[in-house]
Ligand binder design. Sequence first.
Ligand SMILES: Cc1cc2nc3c(=O)[nH]c(=O)nc-3n(C[C@H](O)[C@H](O)[C@H](O)COP(=O)(O)OP(=O)(O)OC[C@H]3O[C@@H](n4cnc5c(N)ncnc54)[C@H](O)[C@@H]3O)c2cc1C
Length: 472
Amino acid sequence: MAKIDAVALETFRSCLTTSKVYTPGSEGYNDALIRWSDTGTKHAGVVIQPIDTADIRTALLWAQEHGVDIAVKGGGHSAAGTSSSDGGLVIDLSLMNQVMVDVPHKTITAQGGATWKEVDEAGAAHGLATVGGTVNHTGVGGLTLGGGYGWLSGQYGLTVDNLLSAQVILANGNLVHASATEHPDLFWGLRGAGYNFGVVVDFTYRAHDQKESVYSGVVGFAPERLEAVMEQLNALLALPDARSGAMCIFARAPDGSGPSIVVICFYNGPRDEGERRFSGLVALGPVFNTLDMIPYPVVNTLQNPQATYGDRKLFKGIFYEPPLDPTFARKIFDSIMAKTQAEPELAPSAIILEFTDMRKICEVPLTASPMASRSTTQNGIVFLRWTDPGKDQEYRAWAREVQSKWKTELDTKTQNQVITKVPQYINYAEPGDSVVTNIYGDNLARLQAVKAQYDPNNVFHKMHPIPLATSQ
Ligand SMILES: Cc1cc2nc3c(=O)[nH]c(=O)nc-3n(C[C@H](O)[C@H](O)[C@H](O)COP(=O)(O)OP(=O)(O)OC[C@H]3O[C@@H](n4cnc5c(N)ncnc54)[C@H](O)[C@@H]3O)c2cc1C
């Protein structure tokens, strides 16, 4: 990719009408490069923060004319740096973060740079919610475009299952409205491979009635309770309730008191039903328990203290077919604790396991959207956090080893039955991970055709690029 020419940059600047512009050395430039993980920070040649579509069009056409690399930043949570550019142009949508609620039609429209916090709060003001992320500072952009799981997935499916339309600026500068009836192929592609087609300037979601408070909180256990906790969580999945979900986290206690098991519980209903739902877990004698009726948007802040900005991070997807074998879970727990003991700078790291009722998600056929990991297989994450850039490769390799243990476990367990060809959730995957060869599964050929139509020159290729048909 070309280095940005000074004259071309000045021409570009003079064509922009409303954007903030940052270039190396200018005031605010370093702040504009900040991402959730320092591993995502790259030194762009120019960053623009537009507030309207005209400047995005100008930027896309200018960058292509001058052979400049293009990155699009939504919420900036890609630890792999897919919303950043080394020396190129970043279209940073963070000032386009308005959220509009249409109460009579029960829809929520979020601009492409909004975070889930804005969506949760705008919806809650009208007793509505859609399926959003469980950490409220993630962007609606990347999370939606790769599928999107949240606490409401048991009831309403994936975020993309609730996407009604999107407005997209294509590489040729055209603004198109994509929905089931307008540009339906593009709309299909956006719902799981959506980072590959253009800059999405807004998303319109179906909203659902949401009571102000839900039964939720965090329950912590001593390490010796691990097998019993797993059995309880397995039992909850075996008797699924669409209103309920859980997440189990293996981590060191932030106060340095040692290994711990934390379960975040969610029940979208009244206290007595929630108490009944989690009674088996609570009966195990947690060391702390914050379960209570809390506002729905607050549930999506419960993980924020562990998911703060700063430091180097990696986020690698793992997966399992329930029930999760407690003996295997114990091995994983021991290995992350041994690693964080041997390498103290990894202390804030964790293994996160989701326990989601997948029935609603699986009602949608695999070909209805490009998201190829729709199945009963559950998701999880290896989350590592450290400070020394010299350790990047070593820790990435270690996380891949952990991933491959899960793959072996899944393969052993599901011998002779194909549960899913793509167990890996695209938004938790990075190119090079142990199971990411064709993350789009059987949807790849159709995606290639949609790509050829909407982005024939492969301008948008940073996150799980669709291999062009000719390069097959
Ligand atoms: C702390 C944390 C919690 C998470 N929790 C969940 C969760 O609960 N559920 C879940 O499903 N996933 C979750 N994820 C994964 C998350 O979905 C991805 O990391 C997602 O890519 C983040 O989107 P972003 O907009 O913040 O990131 P960015 O880094 O800004 O973008 C990621 C990719 O999407 C593209 N992109 C973003 N916005 C747009 C847009 N408007 N138009 C075109 N392209 C765009 C970028 O170019 C980039 O390639 C979580 C991730 C983190 C780090």
